[in-house]
Design a protein around this ligand. Structure first.
Ligand code: KPL
Length: 300
C-alpha cells in the first residue's frame, strides 16, 4: 500500500516507521526531523526496534496515496484536511487525540475512517523515535458498522506487525479513547509524571474521575460507554504505557501549545450542551489553559 502519514510527530513517526517495514510510506513533517530522516533514515528504539528509510517531506502539496493517516495535533486538523483535499488520496484515517473526524469529513467526505491508537511514543532526537508502550490501534467506519475498507486498513497495519483490529463500533471506541486521554494527559502534564504514576492514588483518583465524567457525557450523546468501561480502559492504557510521557506532558516539557481544548475542553463543552456536570475536566482544562496563557500559547 502507498501510505502518507500526515504529521511526523512522535506517534506519526512510530506508526509510519513501523509501516515502512512493509509499505511505501511518506512522512509529512517538519525539519530538522524530516531532514534527518532523508539523510540517515528513521530509527525506532524501545519496545519496537528498526531502522527504516521512508520518504519524508515538509511539503504537504499534491500528496498521492492509497491511504493517508492523519497524526497532526488536533488543532491542526482543518489545515491537514485542506492539504489532503488538494492531493489524490483514496482513504483517510485519523489517529489523533480528540474527536477530530468530523472536521476531516467536512472537507474530505466519506473517504474518512475513524481510528484510535494507544501506543506510547516519544521523539528522542530528530530522526529517532522511541516506542514507550505497546498499545493497539482500532480503525473503522465513523458511522459504525463493519466494512471491507476498514478490514483492509487493519490488515495493512497487521502486515507491519502493529496490533490493529477493525472495530464496527468506532463511536464508542472514540469516546473510550477520549475518556483515557481526559484522565491521563492533563494530570500527567500538570504533575510532570509518566503515565505509570496514575496506577494508584493519588493520581488515579483525579484521572478516574475525569474518565467517569467523560463516560457520562458519552452516554448523554447516545454512546453506550459505562463508567466502569471508561475506568478499565484508562487503567489498561496506564499499565501498557507506564513508562510513557503522555503527549500533553511532552508538549508542556517542550513549551508547546497542548491539545487540552480537544480533550478536557471538549468534554466540558459537550457536557454543558447535555446538562452533564464535568467539574474535574473543567478544573484540569483551566489549569492547563493557565499554563498556556502564561506562555502566550493560547490562540487569539
Ligand atoms: O494518547 C496518548 C497520549 O499520550 O496522547 C496515550 C495513549 C494516553 C499515551 O500516553
Amino acid at each position: 500500500m502507498d501510505i502518507v502519514v500526515f504529521g511526523a510527530g512522535a506517534l506519526g513517526s512510530l506508526v509510519g516507521g513501523a509501516l515502512a517495514g512493509k509499505h511505501a510510506v511518506t512522512l509529512v513533517g517538519r525539519d530538522p526531523h524530516v531532514a534527518r530522516i532523508r539523510e540517515d533514515g528513521l530509527r525506532i528504539s524501545g519496545e519496537l526496534d528498526a531502522l527504516v528509510h521512508p520518504e519524508a517531506t515538509t511539503d504537504p502539496a499534491g500528496l498521492v496515496a492509497d491511504l493517508a493517516l492523519v497524526t497532526v495535533k488536533a488543532y491542526d486538523t482543518a489545515e491537514a484536511a485542506e492539504a489532503l483535499a488538494d492531493g489524490d488520496v483514496d482513504l483517510v484515517c485519523s489517529l489523533q487525540n480528540g474527536l477530530t473526524e468530523g472536521t476531516l469529513r467536512e472537507r474530505l467526505g466519506d473517504r474518512v475512517l475513524a481510528g484510535t491508537a494507544t501506543y506510547g511514543a516519544e521523539l528522542v532526537d530528530p530522526g529517532h523515535v522511541r516506542c514507550t508502550g505497546l498499545g493497539r490501534i482500532h480503525v473503522g467506519e465513523l458511522d459504525d458498522g463493519g466494512s471491507d475498507r476498514a478490514e483492509r486498513v487493519a490488515a495493512a497495519f497487521r502486515a507491519a506487525e502493529l496490533d490493529c483490529e477493525a472495530d464496527p463500533a468506532m463511536a464508542r471506541r472514540r469516546w473510550e479513547k477520549l475518556a483515557v486521554n481526559a484522565g491521563i494527559n492533563a494530570v500527567t502534564a500538570l504533575a510532570g509524571v509518566e503515565n505509570g504514576a496514575l496506577a494508584g492514588p493519588p493520581g488515579a483518583r483525579t484521572a478516574e474521575r475525569a474518565a467517569r465524567e467523560t463516560a457520562r457525557v458519552a452516554r448523554a450523546e447516545g454512546v453506550d460507554l459505562t463508567d466502569d468501561d471508561a475506568v478499565t480502559a484508562l487503567r489498561d492504557v496506564v499499565d501498557e504505557t507506564a513508562a510513557n510521557r503522555s503527549s500533553m506532558y511532552q508538549d508542556v516539557r517542550a513549551g508547546r501549545r497542548t491539545e487540552v481544548e480537544a480533550i478536557n475542553g471538549a468534554v466540558v463543552d459537550l457536557g454543558r450542551a447535555n446538562a452533564v456536570a464535568t467539574p474535574t475536566n473543567g478544573t484540569l482544562a483551566e489549569l492547563v489553559r493557565t499554563w498556556e496563557a502564561a506562555r502566550d500559547l493560547r490562540p487569539p
